[in-house]
Design a protein around this ligand. Structure first.
Ligand SMILES: Cc1cc2nc3c(=O)[nH]c(=O)nc-3n(C[C@H](O)[C@H](O)[C@H](O)COP(=O)(O)O)c2cc1C
Length: 167
């Protein structure tokens, strides 16, 4: 898949083929794509925790009220950043890179919120993250199991694109 196709075809998928592990090299490649994202002042404040153990995935799903489907994914990448001025922007850039790369590799994925959630601190504890680390996102990954259901619509290009002036 080329870059534009991956960008335009990426959609959140919350159902994954059961019992299919993602090879370690593939997971490393995904994190490699994440760590190459741009960062303010090039501080690269991130750390990536790759979770493949089933019991840990189930525990994350139990804690993450908006990510119950993580229990059925093959792997989850938790993106953390240290508490820098632009930690959220930086961590989000890395997250999006990983989602696009996953699409390119034919993987299904879904971004699950990490920051500002009632479960944030509990997941940090579960993953032995330092107190000051910011949990940016939990990226659920797996092989597709059919087409995603209820695909949310996108706003049209002519509605969101403004030439020269906002209005
Ligand atoms: C910051 C952010 C947080 C999100 N958190 C969740 C979440 O906790 N659970 C979930 O199922 N989807 C989550 N999503 C996925 C969105 O629901 C999804 O991107 C949106 O509905 C658009 O669909 P698409 O990804 O197919 O374009 C999140 C997306 C973003 C950008």
């Amino acid at each position: 898949m080329n870059t534009l196709s991956a960008l335009k075809n990426r959609r959140s998928s919350r159902i994954f083929a059961p019992g299919r592990d993602i090879p370690g090299d593939t997971l490393i490649e995904l994190v490699d794509c994440g760590r190459l994202a741009p960062t303010a002042r090039n501080v690269q404040p991130w750390e990536f925790v790759v979770i493949t153990k089933k019991d840990t995935l189930v525990k994350i799903a139990e804690l993450a009220s908006t990510g119950r489907f993580i229990a059925g994914c093959s792997a989850c990448i938790a993106v953390f950043c240290s508490d820098t001025k632009y930690y959220l922007e930086d961590g989000v850039a890395a997250t999006e890179n990983i989602l696009i790369a996953a699409t390119d590799m034919g993987l299904a994925s879904c971004w699950v919120a990490g920051d500002k959630k009632e479960y944030t601190e509990d997941i940090k504890k579960l993953l032995n993250a330092p107190a000051q680390a910011k949990l940016i996102s939990l990226i659920a990954l797996g092989y597709p199991a059919g087409d995603p259901k209820n695909i949310p619509p996108k706003r049209a290009i002519n509605e969101v694109l403004h030439w020269d002036h906002f209005i």
